[in-house]
Write a protein that binds this ligand. Structure first.
Ligand code: S3P
Length: 441
C-alpha cells in the first residue's frame, strides 16, 4: 500500500496516554497575519507548523514579514511589515495550499493593502465557494474577482487599494454562520478608514476578536458578541502570542478514549474557547466521562482534560445553535454516535458540504462501508447507532478530518481499517501518526 495510507486495527488493550496536541490551527493563521501586519517583533509560542498554517505564514513573508528562526519548532518571532508590504510594485501569486481559512482571511487583508496579488491553492481549495467573501469585500470597495474554472472559486485576483468608509460606515449582516467570512471583513475593516460592522445570527469562533483585543485593535462588541464593529484604520500592536492546543485535534482522542474499553487519556493544554467546545456538551449528553482537571484563562482559555471509556453511550439530538461551535468535530462525533445506542440527529449542518470535502457524503459513504446504519439529508444525517462496525479499505476523500475520524472508528471495528490518501492530515495535525502509534502500541 502507498505511504499515503494509514491503517488502524481493532484494539484489544485500553488506550492510556498523556497527549499534548499541537497548536490551534485557527489561532495560528490569525497570529501569523496579525504579527505580520504589526510594527515590530511578535514572539509566537506553539504555532501549528502544519502545511495550512505554514502557507499563511509564507504569504506574510512574501509580503515582507520576517520570521526568525525558521518556523519549526513552533516558537519563533515575526517582525511585521506594518503598512509597507515589500511587494507593492510587482504582482505576486500566493499559494494557500488546502486552506480555506488562509485564503479567505488573506483576501480581507490584501483587499486593503497596496498590492496586486493572485490567491490560489490546491484542487480542493479551487472548488470551494469564495463569493461569500468576494461580495462583502466588494461592497467595502475592494477590487477582487474570482477567476477559477468553477464559478465563484479561486484563483482570486485582488488589486489592493485603500478602503475609505468614512462617509458610509459599512455594515454587513452575514447570511451564513462563518468565522472565516466574519474575520475577512474585520481584517479589511481594521485596515480601512472608517467603521466596519459585522452582524451574525449565530455566534461563531471568536479568535479574531480576541486577538484584536490582545493586539490593541479598536473593536467594540455587543454583549452577546453577535455584532462587532472595528474602527479603522488601525494596525495590531506587536504583542507576544501563546497558542493553546487545538480542541479540534484533541477531539479525535476524546472520542477514541470514549469508545475503546477501559481507556483513560489525559489531554494537556487544550484550547477551551466556548465558541469551539460544543462537542463537550454533546458528548456529555451522550453519557461520556470527561473531566476538566485544570483551567487557565489568558487571551484564550485552555486546560487539561481527562477522558475515560464510557460503557453506555446513547444517541442524542444536536441542537441547531450548537452546530457552528462543533462544525469541525462532526466527522468524529458521527463515529461516537455509531457506537452509541439509539439515534443521533445532526441537522442544519449544510456547511459540511463545502468543507475540504463534502463531509456529509464522506461520512455517510464510509460509515455504510463499515456496516453502520446512517441516513443522509441535504443538511446533515441521522445515525442509527449500535451496529457493530467492520474494517476495510476506505477513502479519506483527501480530507484530514475524515481520515483521522475513520482511523478512530477503526480502533473499535473488527479487523483492520485502512484509510487511503491521508497526506492531508498534515494540514492540521502533522504528528498525528506519532500520537496514534503512541496511543495504540
Ligand atoms: C475556521 C472557521 C470554520 C471552520 C474552519 C476554520 C476559522 O469555517 O470550519 O475549519 O478558522 O475561521 P467557516 O468559517 O467557513 O464556518
Amino acid at each position: 500500500m502507498s505511504t499515503d495510507t494509514i491503517t488502524s486495527t481493532c484494539q484489544t488493550l485500553p488506550l492510556r496516554s498523556d497527549i499534548m496536541v499541537p497548536g490551534d490551527k485557527s489561532i495560528s493563521h490569525r497570529a501569523a497575519i496579525l504579527a505580520g501586519l504589526a510594527q515590530g517583533a511578535t514572539g509566537i509560542r506553539n504555532f501549528l507548523c502544519s502545511s495550512d498554517c505554514l502557507h499563511t505564514l509564507a504569504a506574510m513573508q512574501q509580503l515582507g514579514a520576517a520570521v526568525s528562526p525558521a518556523p519549526n519548532p513552533s516558537h519563533f518571532s515575526i517582525t511585521g511589515f506594518a503598512n509597507h508590504p515589500t511587494t507593492a510594485r510587482e504582482a505576486i501569486t500566493i499559494d494557500c495550499g488546502n486552506s480555506g481559512t488562509g485564503m479567505r482571511l488573506l483576501a480581507g487583508v490584501l483587499s486593503a493593502l497596496p498590492v496586486h496579488a493572485v490567491l490560489t491553492g490546491d484542487e480542493s481549495l479551487r472548488t470551494r465557494p469564495m463569493k461569500r467573501v468576494i461580495d462583502p469585500l466588494s461592497a467595502m470597495g475592494a477590487d477582487i474577482r474570482a477567476c477559477g474554472e468553477k464559478s465563484g472559486c479561486a484563483p482570486l485576483e485582488i488589486q489592493g487599494r485603500p478602503l475609505d468608509l468614512t462617509s458610509h460606515p459599512f455594515t454587513y449582516s452575514m447570511p451564513i454562520a462563518s468565522a472565516q467570512v466574519k474575520s475577512a471583513i474585520l481584517l479589511a475593516g481594521m485596515l480601512a478608514k472608517g467603521e466596519t460592522t459585522v452582524r451574525q445570527l449565530k455566534r461563531t469562533r471568536d479568535h479574531t476578536e480576541r486577538l484584536f483585543v490582545h493586539c490593541g485593535v479598536p473593536l467594540t462588541s455587543s454583549p452577546a458578541g453577535l455584532e462587532l464593529t472595528v474602527h479603522g484604520p488601525s494596525l495590531p500592536r506587536a504583542r507576544d502570542i501563546t497558542i493553546p492546543g487545538d480542541f479540534s485535534s484533541a477531539a479525535f482522542w476524546m472520542v477514541a478514549a470514549c469508545i475503546v474499553p477501559d481507556s483513560e487519556i489525559i489531554l494537556r493544554r487544550v484550547g477551551l474557547n466556548p465558541t469551539r467546545t460544543a462537542l463537550l456538551q454533546v458528548l456529555d449528553r451522550m453519557g461520556t466521562d470527561i473531566e476538566l482537571l485544570t483551567r487557565s484563562d489568558e487571551s484564550e482559555p485552555y486546560g487539561d482534560l481527562r477522558v475515560r471509556y464510557s460503557s453506555r453511550l446513547h444517541g442524542v439530538e444536536v441542537r441547531a445553535d450548537e452546530i457552528p461551535n462543533l462544525i469541525d468535530e462532526i466527522p468524529v462525533l458521527a463515529i461516537a454516535a455509531a457506537f452509541a445506542e439509539g439515534d443521533t440527529a445532526i441537522r442544519h449542518a449544510e456547511e459540511l458540504r463545502v468543507k475540504e470535502s463534502d463531509r456529509i457524503h464522506a461520512i455517510v459513504t464510509n460509515l455504510r462501508a463499515m456496516g453502520g446504519q446512517i441516513e443522509e439529508f441535504d443538511d446533515g444525517m441521522l445515525i442509527h447507532g449500535g451496529s457493530p462496525l467492520r474494517g476495510g479499505t476506505l477513502d479519506s476523500f483527501g480530507d484530514h478530518r475524515i481520515a483521522m475520524s475513520f482511523l478512530v472508528a477503526g480502533l473499535r471495528a473488527s479487523g483492520s481499517t485502512s484509510l487511503l490518501h491521508c497526506k492531508n492530515i498534515d494540514t492540521s495535525y502533522p504528528n498525528f501518526s506519532e500520537h496514534f502509534t503512541r496511543l495504540t502500541r
